[in-house]
Design a binder for this molecule. Structure first.
Ligand code: ATP
Length: 239
């Protein structure tokens, strides 16, 4: 990225552990991370290393044992749960391996839902949802429910839904993990292109190193902290 880097989100010395009787599981051990506006960042690391836990904490879906997460100047874990819910709806988009679409609603309604929740005009929300579905190549599937869509199509609906409110940050957890390599590549390319156009920052957790290598920056979760993996000097973003 050549433009001046503006900070969007800061993970500040975040730790997370679980207690189960006598047993303590330390998952995150003082993670520091800065995400810049519009950047595309991959987090890789072995299974169980804490990648999803960190992503959830960045998205207010889990709480840190200690440390802070700042999003555009707001300290997320000092906010009320009502304010956190507004931030999840307006500023964040989520994409998961298993899309989590609402099974009884059409593709169009699934995509429009976050805009309905935001209180946007219903007609306009449906128009925006249709536009986004057309952008991801699903203009011919607007009224299909998830059960009538393929895995790759469902994932494209989930991408459109994540972007409908033009979030500042999209958090994706193995978004192509259940797709074959070619569909995975397509879905990934689509997320990256749309995120770029919307000026949305994109953080993805993945096991796929070839996909991760296409991002602006790659970090590896190891021993409870993030380590720089690839080519940080090229983008001037080393932590
Ligand atoms: N409620 C819990 N109680 C105890 N340990 C937990 C709990 N939830 C998660 N863990 C542990 O936290 C660790 C990190 O889990 P996490 O899902 O963040 O890993 P990950 O790097 O995303 O793994 P994967 O790549 O396999 O999805 C795991 O070892 C897991 O067993």
């Amino acid at each position: 990225m050549s433009q001046t880097q503006q900070v969007l989100l800061q993970v500040q010395h975040v730790s997370k552990h679980y207690h189960d009787g006598e047993v303590t599981t330390q998952v995150l051990s003082g993670v520091d991370l800065t995400v810049y506006k519009g950047e595309q960042l991959a987090i890789v690391g072995s299974s169980g290393s804490g990648k999803s836990t960190l992503l959830h904490i960045m998205g207010t879906l889990d709480t840190p044992t200690s440390g802070n997460v700042m999003l555009d100047g707001e300290d997320l874990y000092q906010l009320s749960s009502a304010r956190q819910a507004i931030i999840r709806n307006q500023d964040l988009g989520f994409i998961y391996q298993f899309h989590h679409l609402l099974p009884e609603f059409s593709a169009l309604e699934n995509v429009a839902m976050p805009a309905f929740i935001q209180g946007r005009d219903k007609k306009q929300a449906l128009v925006d949802a249709q536009n986004l579905l057309e952008r991801v190549g699903l203009g011919h599937r607007l009224h299909h429910i998830p059960a009538q869509l393929s895995g790759g199509e469902r994932q494209r609906v989930a991408i459109a839904r994540a972007l409908i409110n033009k979030p500042k940050l999209v958090l994706a957890d193995e978004p192509t993990g259940n797709l074959d390599a070619s569909s995975g590549n397509n879905v990934y390319a689509m997320i990256r292109e749309l995120a770029q156009q919307f000026g949305t920052a994109f953080v993805v957790v993945t096991h796929d190193h070839s996909l991760a290598a296409k991002m602006d920056r790659q970090l590896t979760m190891k021993d409870g902290v993030l380590q720089v993996t690839a080519n940080p000097t090229a983008v001037g973003l080393a932590e």
